[in-house]
Design a protein around this ligand. Sequence first.
Ligand code: CMC
Length: 430
Amino acid sequence: MPEDSLTIVDNRTSTSYTIPIKNGAIRAMDLRQIKTGPEDFGMLSYDPAFMNTASCESRITFIDGDKGILLYRGYPIDQLAESCTYLEVAYLVLNGELPSRAQLDEWAQEITQHTLLHENIKKVLEGFHYDAHPMAVLASTVAALSTLYPEARNIQDPKVRHLEICRLIGKMPTIAAYAYRHSLGLPYVYPDNDLSYTENFMNMLWKKTELKFRPSPVLARALDVLFILHADHEQNCSANAMRSVGSSHADPYLSTAGAAAALSGPLHGGANEEVLIMLDEIGSKDKIPAFIARVKAGECKLMGFGHRVYKNYDPRARIIARIANEVFEVTGRNPKIDIALELERIALEDEYFVKRKLYPNVDFYSGIIYEAMGFRPAMFTVLFAIPRTSGWLAQWQELLQDSAQKIARPRQLYLGSPRRDFVPMAQRSA
Ligand code: CMC
């Protein structure tokens, strides 16, 4: 009997099967041989929401949810947040190694070349109502880029893939800034390629009539660190959407639009917006116990808490809580931080949260910083999507280079009606 194997006895037939174990997992396809007879399709594994199913092998991001560890390509997130720029981390996530000085300069130059949007995109944006949600605008506009770059369909060509990766990372902040200015009726600001990735984003958001926008170095660095923290997070809902859409060989713009759509939901990236709405609703510290009681009664969720993988403090939330103080030195203290800190203190002592291992996640504090910087809550998830684009593209690239991957196509357990004959309208009961 091989040591790395699993023996399963099917009690229906008293048959024993030995299945190999590799990397701590069995292949679900190895279960198919388990049959009650020749007519039997074979055993499936049933796993709604992928609670215990690995959909791929990956070498990009590692999370130990019990210990609260997050590594990009092996490097701890806190070390990267301390020492890198976002573009350096994006290079690492996409290419597997930290860049040399020359590689980083070339990479930054390549991304910078692609910050401009085709003028037609302005017409796309004009079609949106001023109060359209910025995430819907972002996802739609990214999809619209597909109409401008038909060569992007050539996904098997590494040179084309690289070009589209640079275009997407370069254009994402420009789309986000245009969406923001469109909502305010302000003229669009063209990219300033003398500035860094994050500084230029701030320029496109906030430049008024001055000749040169000069961002606060503290806020630019804080935003860059927030971008690093959001660069990738292994097989989360939007990465899975990216891989799933990409597995049909859709082009990277449409795949990214699908990933952005997945991110927009309040259980995923949309949670940062929901946290601010929740803090506004709570209003003051004395209302927290009543709010916690409502959460425990199942009336609502404590947004920004809980995670599928982390059953310990999300390491990103720790770093964000630290950045908040640096930002407040420039912007003034956002009073919502005090409600959030008290909420966290009370929740972490409460048996409901302790028993379920519910800790603050990345979205709990990020919105408070974004608000202090001047963003309104509807923009928060867009600020998540910009840096996550590098992670989505890294996942997409890995998918396309993985010979084990095919079009994503789950099975189902059909529990509906068996075959039956059509009933004409006149014979149907009410
Ligand atoms: N507030 C109150 N109860 C919660 C919360 C919460 N935020 N999160 C989970 N629970 C409870 C849940 O009701 C369940 O209780 P019970 O066992 O009594 O039924 C238990 O904890 C386990 O939760 P689950 O829903 O089975 O866990 P999940 O892995 O399916 O969901 C989650 C993970 C992130 C969707 C969920 O924790 C949640 O909805 N959190 C609030 C939204 C949020 O902050 N999302 C951001 C996630 S991190 C960043 C990102 O991915 O974008």
